[in-house]
Design a binder for this molecule. Sequence first.
Ligand code: IMP
Ligand code: MG
Length: 189
Amino acid sequence: MSVPAEWRPEDDLAEVLVTEAALTRRVAELGRQISSDYQGMELLLVGVLKGAVMFLVDLARQIRRPVELDFMAISSYGASTQSSGIVRILKDLDESVEGRHVLIVEDIVDSGLTLAYILRTLRARQPASLKVCGLLVKDGARGEEAPVDYVGFEIPNRFVVGYGLDYAEAYRNLPYVAVLKPELYRDPD
Ligand code: IMP
Ligand code: MG
């Protein structure tokens, strides 16, 4: 497939919701808070592939505690913009979480289905503690089922891309979070 010589993702975006500067500032704040909450502990950051990757690597560098990284991949959306409710592990963690202080790092919590599933799965493996850090939480996310201990930003219930978040695998490398023009996708009925 050919790509125009000049890539202009701005043409596909309705609005920037979180600027690069705001992301940098908030990630540093979260890092400071996590560093202080986990004093004397070693942390295992569990990144949820692929959306959380940008956030996880930036956050990890702002945590002044010993940190190990592990990753899992979950399928929930496919190429659509609506949660299917069907969640499945595509890649499991490499290491055991038993007795570890686990912090799940997620890009975005929408329905909360994905997170609820991950929490159930990891809780059963008996970590010493299990918390969640979500960069974005959408309005209307169901907090009872999927509590988020550290929230980066609460955002309106719109479909966003950038800073790891994709639409059909595109836009992950934008350094900010933006609303995709709705005419570029169509929700399934
Ligand atoms: P949930 O299960 O509905 O909470 O959806 C969580 C997952 O869906 C996230 O980890 C994302 O991968 C994806 N997702 C939800 N909302 C958006 C969005 O606005 N843009 C891109 N991906 C999203
Ligand atoms: Mg995700």
